[in-house]
Design a protein around this ligand. Structure first.
Ligand code: G1P
Length: 290
């Protein structure tokens, strides 16, 4: 059976980023770089690799830098061209009019509400969601692995990973059913449960493939954990009506919503980069030896 292809992705990027203040006072947290690429660029590249064509950004006040980033920087490009500089580094940043759309979330009412803001652009087809501060690093990328799984299962998929029990209450947690390789059936979902009530230690790690019905479920969704409209609650209602699976990502996840995770990601990527790995390794060793 063939399933409708995943052509669109939603990137909720309206969050205030208070954990990174003062860095994020005037700069969106999604523009913080891992070495020399902003976090949002990694997420868009991961989407493109998975065959996704249209990027839908749910933005808010003060997030204009994201739109500028994916636009053509005419003056910059002309000046660089005149000076004979290589423009290929800018190639991934260009999203043409058919490949991107922006919609505003006017009030911070939660992740579920942010996704619902994109309903008209998503329309009646399955779509992906990326939470850009979850930096998923691997080859193939996390979404490409999920799309491969989706081509088998159809329905809804979320990426999951194991988390120490005492940390699960910061996340959405799944109630797992049968497991086949990287695929686990999802029997239930709960957002930010107390550690003692958590159905497992498998947390939702920021990548989703969802059927458009979730938009209608979100429409009538009341507030959940933290007084916010939760995507997890809307997804939970779809279990039993449509296939619902979790994919364990074969790769590495960095929590770039936390300062330590962000530093870890920068160090890890720098240590993989041919243009700087040796130098960075030597510096890191020297610093640790102090
Ligand atoms: C959101 C989701 C949660 C998920 C998490 C991953 O929570 O609601 O289910 O596990 O992202 O980072 P937030 O971090 O926005 O509180």
């Amino acid at each position: 059976m063939t399933h409708k292809p995943i052509r669109k992705a939603v990137f909720p990027v309206a969050g205030l980023g208070t954990r990174f203040l003062p860095a994020t006072k005037a700069i969106p947290k999604e523009m913080l770089p891992i070495v020399d690429r902003p976090l949002i660029q990694y997420a868009v590249d991961e989407a493109r690799e998975a065959g996704i064509e249209q990027m839908i950004f749910v933005t808010g006040r003060g997030k204009g830098a994201i739109e500028d980033h994916f636009d053509i920087a005419f003056e910059l490009e002309r000046t660089m061209a005149e000076r004979g500089k290589d423009l290929s580094v800018l190639e991934p940043t260009r999203l043409g009019p058919g490949n991107c759309a922006y919609v505003r979330q006017q009030e911070p009412m939660g992740l579920g509400h942010a996704i619902w803001c994109a309903r008209d652009i998503v329309g009646d087809e399955p779509f992906a969601i990326f939470l850009p501060d979850e930096f998923m690093h691997g080859s193939p990328g996390c979404m490409a692995q999920m799309v491969a799984a989706y081509n088998q299962t159809g329905g809804n998929l979320i990426s999951v990973l194991e988390m120490p029990r005492d940390k699960v209450s910061s996340y959405g947690v799944i109630d797992p059913g049968a497991r086949h390789g990287a695929l686990t059936e999802v029997r239930g979902l709960v957002e930010k449960p107390a550690a003692k009530d958590a159905p497992s230690n498998l947390i939702i790690s920021g990548r989703y493939i969802l059927q458009p019905e979730v938009m209608r479920t979100l429409e009538n969704q009341g507030k959940g954990a933290g007084g916010e409209i939760q995507l997890t609650d809307a997804m939970a209602k779809m279990i039993g009506q449509q296939p619902f699976h979790a994919v364990t990502f074969d790769g590495k996840r960095y929590d770039c919503g936390s300062k330590v995770g962000y530093i870890e990601a920068n160090l890890a990527i720098a240590l993989e980069r041919g243009d700087m790995a040796d130098e960075v390794r030597a510096i890191a060793k020297a610093l640790i030896a102090q």
